[in-house]
Design a protein around this ligand. Structure first.
Ligand SMILES: [Zn+2]
Length: 637
């Protein structure tokens, strides 16, 4: 039956509803907040442990996920707590509009759903839809249970919310305080350094091929600050990287040894109890050797896939800053932060979301990093830029002055995606081509190297600091049909800058032609600091700028164990040129030649001096064949 409006008005009634007894006491704001706190912290603790546990269990997916270290044990609960409190407040606001809504039950079921989804996704073995359906089932079952046990459950949550908050506070204090205490203990246990010992600053500009620096003859003024360092120091014109991708090269830089010696040719699973002395085949590291000389040691890395303490490169470095450099980075490493990144970081620059974020001053949160394999359809991390690496370094340098320091930096801004951060002014020559953008990233990095040096000058420490600039490998940029790195060992992939400057203690403006490996940095640093104990093999580079140049010098070797971590663009060259996807590769550079050997496809030989683009393989010429056999002994490991 439908009542006409006339019917309604024809019987004017004043119905005074009897006052309903207040049955929704439980929907008070404090109940809703207790539920949010309880679920937020419990979900977060489970998430933090789960992220660490499944990162280790799923280690083979390395570089396909966002990485975490123990700080996630408090960051996850804190993020989930804030997120769930926000949901609690929203439910409270909605409940105030719809007073018949069973707010407590709705909130508890919703948070049970989110917790179940969170934990299921941690495993890395559920499809998203499956996890959503399963979590929905959990929420329904929970809701039924809750209907019968509302009063007792609420009382338990109310009582335990405070304890859980205290547990979260204690976790923060234990992890952050524990780190601070162990670092300050390590520093106070250092021996006294020799008076006047210089500081050491090693700057690795990840993915920087030498021929794009103006001091290496490039036509564009990409690197005025690095050039300035070269004028005040020694430039190695033909420095060769130990490998053509980050992990093996960084392992060589910190141990001073070639790849076959330290053995870190690919990512190795972290031992369950963390890396011990046995990592890197037990070799001493530059950090350990300098600590023995009284040095405070620290690393500041923007390469959060391959230069981290998680992969085993932290030995000897008292302080290591890789992940969690800010609120944004901490957020996207949590489970709900990952969901946020998946849903929002790929929006177009003109989308409302993106514009709103920029307006809120959170534009840097949208600076995408391929760490979570966003380039392959996964999620994106937030890029750590040179300005953050500088901030971390200067803050750490300023903290303690009673010991000289070793600061080991990795800037990732030259690495793909090229171009430097949005908002940083583009150089005049940048028309948007791949090479223009690569150079723009370099210009940005060079600018920040200048700023770092001025920062150190401001702290009064630059004068007595040995500054070293180098790279872990080059970049193909289209040469040999390759775009990136890590798939081969051509000249553009192994020829890197190497500049060492310490005015007043080294010659200035010297350029050295002799091909050298930059793995010798470790040994050279120990020699320059006048270390009494020097655990590194081979000659030091210092002999090359000394009074009497040595008659012979070992030819630098680069190694590339077989690998599958190669991006699709480079994999497309498989079968056309010898690639490391099909077998290991090794190269040696003599003053005239580069031989590149492939496990299955044999040797290529190039006269890199005349043909730096290596377009002419001379292996079938008499000169090439005889040079190849003369260099054979360098390739036999
Ligand atoms: Zn690299």
């Amino acid at each position: 039956m439908v009542l006409s409006s006339g019917d309604v008005h024809s019987v004017p009634t004043v119905v005074t509803k009897p006052a309903r007894p207040e049955v929704r006491n439980s929907a008070s704001l404090s109940s809703l907040l207790s539920i949010s706190i309880w679920f937020g912290i419990v979900a977060g603790f489970g998430e933090g442990f789960g992220l660490l546990l499944f990162q280790r269990i799923n280690w083979r997916q390395w570089a396909r996920v966002m990485h975490v270290s123990k700080e996630i044990l408090w960051i996850s609960p804190l993020v989930d707590l804030c997120f769930f409190l926000l949901i609690g407040l929203l439910v409270a606001a909605i409940a105030s509009l719809f007073r018949r809504m069973p707010a407590v039950r709705v909130l508890a079921s919703l948070l049970a759903f989110l917790t179940a989804y969170d934990w299921l996704m941690l495993t890395g073995h559920f499809y998203r839809t499956a996890a959503l359906l399963f979590a929905l089932g959990v929420a329904v079952a929970f809701s039924r249970w809750f209907q019968k046990h509302e009063a007792s459950a609420l009382s338990v949550w109310r009582k335990s919310a405070l304890w859980l908050t205290a547990a979260l506070a204690l976790t923060i204090i234990a992890i952050q305080g524990g780190k601070a205490i162990s670092e300050s203990r390590a520093v106070s246990n250092l021996p006294r350094a020799m008076p006047g010992s210089p500081n050491v600053l090693v700057i690795v500009v990840d993915t920087l091929r030498a021929d794009h620096l103006s001091s290496y003859g490039y036509s564009r003024q990409t690197t005025p600050n690095i050039d300035n360092l070269a004028h005040r120091g020694v430039l190695f014109e033909n420095a060769i990287a130990p490998s053509s991708w980050s992990l093996p090269s960084h392992a060589s830089l910190v141990t001073g040894e070639p790849v076959h010696s330290h053995g870190m040719g690919n990512v190795e699973p972290m031992p369950w109890l963390g890396w011990s002395k046995s990592g890197l085949n037990g070799l001493p590291t530059m950090g350990e050797a300098l600590q023995k000389q009284g040095y405070r040691t620290g690393a500041f890395s923007a390469n959060r896939i391959y230069f981290t303490s998680n992969v085993g490169l932290g030995r000897g470095l008292i302080h290591f800053e890789d992940y969690f450099d800010g609120v944004g980075d901490s957020f996207v490493r949590t489970q709900f932060g990952r969901e946020f990144a998946r849903l929002y970081m790929n929006r177009s620059p003109k989308s409302k979301f993106t514009r709103a974020f920029r307006a809120l001053g959170l534009g840097s949160w949208l600076d995408k990093d391929s760490e979570g394999s966003g380039d392959y359809g996964g999620i994106y991390g937030i890029r750590k830029r040179a300005d953050e690496v500088n901030r971390e370094t200067l803050r750490w340098v300023a903290r303690e002055r009673s010991h000289p320091f070793l600061a080991f930096l990795n800037y990732l801004d030259v690495h793909f995606a090229y171009g430097g951060p949005a908002g940083y002014p583009k150089p005049a020559w940048d028309q948007g081509t791949t090479i223009d953008e690569y150079d723009a990233g370099l210009k940005y990095t060079d600018d920040y190297i200048g700023r770092l040096l001025r920062g150190l000058e401001g702290l009064g420490v630059l004068k007595n600091t040995i500054v070293i600039v180098t790279s872990d490998h080059g970049e193909a940029l289209g040469d040999h049909g390759l775009s990136f790195h890590g798939a081969a060992l051509y000249w553009d992939l192994v020829h890197v800058p190497l500049i060492i400057s310490w005015p007043g203690h080294m010659p200035q403006g010297v350029r050295i032609e002799q091909p050298v490996t930059n793995a010798d940095i470790a040994h050279t640093v120990l020699a320059l600091t006048g270390a009494a104990e020097d655990p590194f093999p081979g000659p030091t580079l210092a002999t090359l700028w000394g009074q009497s140049a040595p008659k012979s010098w070992p030819n630098p070797v680069s190694e590339l164990p077989q690998t599958n971590t190669i991006v699709a663009a480079d994999r497309a060259m498989q079968g056309k040129i010898p690639l490391a996807t099909d077998g290991w590769m090794i190269s040696v550079v003599s003053p005239q030649w580069q031989v590149i050997r492939h496990e299955k496809y044999g040797d290529q030989i190039y006269g890199w001096k005349m043909d730096p683009g290596e377009s002419l393989n001379l292996i079938n010429t008499p000169a090439g064949r005889s040079a190849d056999s003369a260099l054979a002994s360098d390739l036999s490991h």
